[in-house]
Design a protein around this ligand. Structure first.
Ligand code: KIV
Ligand code: ZN
Length: 385
């Protein structure tokens, strides 16, 4: 089995979520839980961006011991120096240097020619390697970069000393076939004396961030970048909990594993949701409130007979206590009887038939029937008889 490294950028790209701002104490709290969750590398921030970011990276570097702690830097000497200062006390420091390589970014944002971009990569990655053992380079907007130029940029970074190449789908533009193909192409065509780790970094603008990350893994990526709950710029980043579970549940497909401690997933997700203020949608994969809830009668009957019928993830695997069978108008007699039994009502055949009829009539008028409604249904009945 191949081991896939997990690189968490909740505190850097995740904090780019509009309205999200973690203070240093919160960042350290998240970093500690990320370490417990089994993350291999944490992007703690962008040290040159602000004094607050610098201090947070420094504090995280002091606080965690197992994870690699990463600082982001543009292709600028001052950025690299600032990241070096912030990461001085890290047990395992790493720098992440990036420069855009797509035509639109080079022409309009950077106002640099392709040759200038290549020269800058060479100069700054070489400089970063004088200060760091582990240097990661990202050609920003890689998925909209012309392939041979992307290869040239990546090869330049490798020749200058980068050993981790991250391939950002910066604007969530790619799809699994195309994104996987970029990895295949780069891996087949680069030349290196050192072992190079290829890493995915996807955004969710077209809803494909997780699928794209998994396509990268299928095509040779050894590392996946993302955030907890998928928070991040615009539509967000790859949700790492989704990738971790996909690798675990579909080992047969991916033939790969991770260090993620799966039963810490819910705790991890709740912490980030609480501190970021970003609520988790009910239908969110893995950690949404409805992810282990079955409402239709056919599904409830199946799950009561054997959870494998409709549940590919056992809730306790990710730290969720139990599944639930909420009662609504589509629910069936099996789930209703089980619920009544759990509330202490052992109903004989005729009583059950009658109670179920009254339940259905109530359920037609309400989105969800609560335990209180069910008790009221029975109390009303006992008062009538
Ligand atoms: O999405 C992106 O391109 C980034 C880079 C800084 C890696 O976040
Ligand atoms: Zn990003």
């Amino acid at each position: 089995m191949r081991k896939i490294q997990f690189f968490d950028t909740t505190l850097r790209d995740g904090e780019q979520t509009p309205g999200v701002n973690f203070n240093t104490k919160e960042k350290v709290q998240i970093a500690r839980q990320l370490e417990k969750w089994g993350i291999d590398a944490i992007e703690a921030g962008f040290p040159i961006a602000s004094v607050g970011d610098f201090e947070a990276v420094q504090e995280i570097a002091r606080s965690v011991k197992r994870m690699t702690v990463v600082g982001l830097a543009r292709c600028q000497t001052a950025d690299i120096d600032r990241a070096y200062e912030a990461l001085k006390e890290a047990a395992h420091p790493q720098i992440h240097v990036f420069l855009a390589t797509s035509p639109v970014h080079m022409e309009f944002k950077l106002k640099m020619t392709p040759d200038e971009v290549i020269a800058s990569i060479k100069k700054h990655v070489s400089y970063a390697r004088t200060k760091f053992e582990k240097v990661q380079f990202s050609p920003e907007d890689a998925s909209r970069t012309e392939r041979s130029f992307l290869l040239k940029a990546v090869q330049t970074a490798i020749d200058a000393g980068a050993t981790i190449i991250n391939v950002p789908d910066t604007v969530g533009y790619s799809n699994p076939t195309e994104y996987g193909g970029i990895f295949k192409y780069l891996i087949e065509n680069i030349e290196s004396k050192e072992e190079i780790i290829f890493s995915s970094h996807c955004h969710d603008d077209l809803g494909m961030a997780t699928a794209n990350a998994l396509a990268a893994v299928e095509n040779g990526a050894g590392r996946v970048e993302g955030t907890v709950n998928g928070i991040g710029e615009r539509a967000g980043n790859t949700a790492l909990e989704e990738v971790a579970l996909a690798l675990y549940i579909r080992k047969d497909l991916y033939q790969a594993e991770s260090n993620i401690v799966l039963n810490e997933t819910k705790r991890m997700s709740d912490l980030v949701s609480r501190l970021s203020g970003v609520a988790i949608p009910r239908n969110k994969a893995i950690i949404g409130a409805n992810a282990y809830a079955h409402e239709s009668g056919i599904h409830q009957d199946g799950v009561l007979k054997n959870p494998d019928t409709y549940e590919i993830i056992t809730p306790s695997l990710v730290g969720v206590n139990t599944n639930s069978l909420p009662l609504g108008k589509l629910s069936g007699r099996h789930a209703f009887a089980t619920k009544m039994d759990s509330l202490g009502y052992q109903l004989a055949e005729e009583e059950l038939k009658d109670a179920f009829k009254r339940f259905k009539s109530l359920a037609d008028k309400k989105k969800q029937v609560t335990e209180e409604d069910l008790i009221a249904l029975m109390v009303g009945q006992s008062q009538e008889t």
